[in-house]
Design a protein around this ligand. Structure first.
Ligand SMILES: Cc1ncc(COP(=O)(O)O)c(C=O)c1O
Length: 363
């Protein structure tokens, strides 16, 4: 078999090796089923147990209160950009407020505008999305239909590492930092995340929603787009993405039993990010960080070089060491090291030592 690389891709992203091994072992024959998980009915006892176990693990990991539901949907986080305003904004008297701290927030508000009134509550465009607002900068309307934030802006690498207090329902796109730390779910009205960065493969999107918000959905919404159908049918209104849910279940099992929960995962994530940022900060003229220090993401470290030739040399040499997919998003360039939950500590350490080496050799 070829050697695995240290995969710094922003998503779809690295998965825990024990999870991949388990998938391989169960690929032909899921225990007790005589077939793979992709070949059995979603209404079979075996699959219902898999989906329910994944849901219960998420509830335990995130300490989800009982007045919330956890849904497994399709269409990625992008569908949620539309589905959330369709369900929570249509018919409301006050606008939805959006906090724009990077590209994904901008994409989200563009879709919401098609559904109803929106307001920009904060926008860091003037500083090229390098920062987050303080609490004092967020003048949230208590009557807002909801307030939307992107907890981690994957492209710019800025991350809210705190749970905001909001008098209006707080809606959070947590696609690129889902399950990276313990969360106070009770402070949110709705949390959503596509799985393919921190929680599994592409194909399933998790929505954690406070049940009272389900009452807002208009019965005339197209069936798939109405949260109530998914809630009432336990995410079986239509055929769920069975393989993706199965893998998400294995990732959450790994988080619970191997890592030891989200507090332990958070500590590891802090250590990995510190490793990379310390290497960056040791050579500030070479590694020019995009995000303001206090707003840096633990998941996506972004920086640029003084010139393109240096960037190319860095990427070429990194690749030779097995440090893969470090190129930044096409819209901002530079380097983006995505150090999600499943990136092993050795990967972060190897990247940091290469960064120090590369900088020292250039003098
Ligand atoms: C923060 C954030 N939101 C939304 C998305 C879009 O997710 P999807 O491609 O699953 O629709 C991404 C993914 O790339 C993301 O990083």
């Amino acid at each position: 078999m070829e050697k695995r690389l240290y995969n710094f891709s922003a998503g779809p992203a690295v998965l825990p090796v024990p999870v991949l091994e388990r998938i391989r072992d169960e690929m032909l024959c899921l225990p007790g089923c005589g077939a793979s998980v992709m070949e059995i009915s979603h209404r079979s006892k075996a699959f219902i147990a898999i989906q329910e176990a994944a849901k219960q693990r998420l509830i335990r990991l995130l300490n989800v209160p009982s007045d919330y539901d956890v849904l497994f949907l399709q269409g990625g986080a992008r569908l949620q950009f539309s589905m959330i305003p369709m369900n929570l904004l249509r018919g409301q008297s006050a606008p939805a407020q959006y906090v724009l701290t990077g590209s994904w927030g901008k994409y989200a508000i563009a879709e919401a505008k098609k559904e109803g009134a929106t307001e920009v509550l904060y926008d860091s465009a003037a500083t090229n999305y390098d920062r987050l607002p303080s609490d004092a900068e967020l003048k949230i309307r208590p009557d807002a239909a909801y307030v939307h934030i992107t907890s981690n802006e994957t492209i710019q690498g800025v991350q809210f590492q705190r749970d905001l207090n909001s008098p209006a329902p707080l809606v959070c796109d947590s696609s690129s930092d889902f399950l990276y730390r313990p969360l106070d779910v009770s402070k949110y009205g709705l949390i959503y995340a596509c799985a393919q960065k921190n929680a599994g493969p592409a194909g399933v999107t998790v929505v954690v929603i406070r049940r009272d918000l389900l009452e807002r959905s208009n019965a005339n919404l197209p069936g798939y787009l109405n949260f109530n159908n998914h809630s009432k049918e336990d995410s079986m209104w239509n055929t769920p993405p069975t393989f993706a849910v199965y893998v998400l279940g294995l990732v959450t099992e790994w988080l619970e039993t191997t890592v030891g929960g989200l507090a332990a995962m958070h500590k590891i994530n802090q250590e990995k990010a510190k490793c990379v940022y310390d290497a960056m900060d040791a050579f500030p003229e070479l590694y020019q960080g995009h995000a303001r220090k206090e707003d840096r993401s633990l998941m996506n470290a972004t920086f640029r070089f003084p010139d393109e030739a240096t960037e190319k040399a860095f990427l070429d040499q990194a690749q030779k060491l097995g440090l893969d997919s470090l190129k930044g998003h096409r819209s901002v360039g530079g380097i983006r090291a995505s150090i999600y939950n499943a990136m092993p500590m050795e990967g972060a350490k190897l990247l940091a030592s290469f960064m120090k080496d590369f900088a020292s050799k250039r003098g």
